[in-house]
Design a protein. Structure first.
Lengths: 296, 136
């Protein structure tokens, strides 16, 4: 077996496990804040054995710690299960779980191996992962063809509500568009100062990305962002971030009065039939009585 | 600039009924000030208009009259202040009715002196606020 083929296999599987791990972590609260570096280390493959003949390579994935059972083990399981489903059931890529599907994108690189006298790759888990899968010419073609159909990044304009901002792993945010689809937005540092004011607001973002599907998040590398709000949203935003009295006074065009004649002059010759003060106090007394009765 | 929050009771002295002595008593307090109303006072004034079937012409004058005041709407901070004054009043053994509490909370939240002719709102003083009144 050529060394470059062994390197290709190891590299493709290592990346596949990492991709599956990333998808698995997206769906969890715990572990979401893990540093990418720690996840990457955990998903690294180590060549720990080699037997000649049918070329049996043994790999270990990451160190055996808490992250192993949380991340590496389920990710490796997703890789093997995805391959098994394609091999045994001829399942197409869109019918296997998302973590497995993400892994297959990396394994599509194995396709040329089968043109170089390699007939099949057999992946056998050990210890806690008692599962096996086979990649052969047929399944490699299925994977490669399906991956070829994976959408390529394009220029997109998306309008939605910027709902979550995360500065832990680069500047990222979650946007919900009007059709209920979810987008993961990555922002350049130049937009960092603008983002807090746009949080929980309806915004239009423009950038390169892959469109969201009914069961898959969209991804967008944001280039520009701007608020787009209707009157109702503007009021809703003002509830949470109220203007000062001075700002309100400017908006309402109100200043100090000179004398109360300025107020009284509005009424002209109007004369009310009943005393408004007495009516007001009677109304308040009625309300207070009702409130007291309700309490008692 | 001196801001004053006017309770509806004091504003009612500025409505076109026969001149009440209280109008003259409060006039010096209001002159030269920016006069502020809670949204609750606006609602109470509209209730007076609707219950007495003022009609379009008089209602239009009410609108013009209200435009002379700075009206404070409800927001997150005011809602918290409402809860604070309501809960503190209860601890002091004095119940503030829901609508009254919005006006007291507005004075409390914005640290505005409250000009009132309603004894129930004097509780603002016990909450650390300032009240201006000509009540006997």
């Amino acid at each position: 077996m050529a060394v470059r083929d062994l390197a290709l296999i190891a590299d493709a599987f290592e990346r596949a496990i990492l991709r599956a791990a990333e998808v698995i972590l997206e769906g969890r609260t715990r572990g979401r804040g893990r540093k990418p570096k720690a996840i990457e280390e955990q998903c690294r493959l180590f060549l720990v054995g080699w037997r000649s003949g049918s070329a049996v390579a043994s790999f270990e994935v990451g160190p055996r710690n808490q992250l192993f059972s949380e991340v590496a083990e389920p990710a490796l399981g997703a890789v093997i299960d995805g391959l098994a489903q394609i091999q045994d059931e001829g399942a197409s890529l869109d019918r296997i779980p998302r973590a497995s599907r993400a892994a297959m994108v990396e394994l599509a690189r194995l396709r040329p191996l089968f043109d170089r006298a390699i007939e099949r790759l057999e992946i056998v888990g050990s210890d806690d992962i008692q599962r096996r899968a086979v990649v052969d010419q047929q399944s490699a073609v299925i994977i490669a063809e399906a991956v070829r159909r994976v959408p390529q990044p394009e220029r997109l304009v998306v309008t939605g509500r910027l709902d979550r901002l995360d500065g832990h792993e680069g500047l990222a945010g979650t946007l919900w568009d009007r059709d209920g689809r979810v987008w993961t937005c990555t922002f350049p540092p130049a937009l960092e100062a603008e983002l807090p004011a746009l949080w929980r607001r309806r915004v239009e973002v423009v950038g390169m990305g892959i469109a969201a599907g009914p069961d898959a998040r969209g991804k967008l590398e944001v280039e520009t962002i701007r608020p787009v709000e209707g009157p109702l949203e503007e009021r809703g935003r003002r509830f949470w971030k109220a203007p000062s009295l001075d700002q309100l006074a400017i908006e309402q065009g109100v200043g100090p009065i000179g004398t109360i004649e300025e107020l009284l002059s509005v009424w002209g010759e109007e004369r009310l039939e009943s005393d408004p003060f007495q009516e007001l106090m009677a109304e308040r007394a009625r309300r207070r009585l009702e409130a007291r009765a309700a309490r008692d | 600039m001196d801001d004053l929050l006017l309770d509806t009771s004091v504003v009612s002295f500025l409505l076109p009924f026969k001149i009440r002595p209280e109008q003259k008593l409060y006039a010096p307090h209001l002159a030269g000030r920016r006069l502020i109303l809670s949204f609750q006072s606006v609602a109470e004034l509209w209730l007076l208009a609707r219950k007495n079937a003022w009609g379009n012409c008089r209602e239009e004058k009410l609108r013009m009259f209200l435009r002379k005041f700075l009206v404070v709407p409800a927001d997150d901070g005011l809602a918290e202040a409402w809860a604070e004054v309501t809960a503190t009043s209860a601890r002091l053994g004095k119940r503030l009715e829901t609508a009254d509490a919005w006006i007291v909370a507005t004075a409390f939240h914005y640290e505005l002196p409250l000009v009132t002719h309603d004894r129930d709102q004097l509780i603002l003083q016990e909450l650390g606020g300032r009240v201006i009144t000509e009540l006997p």
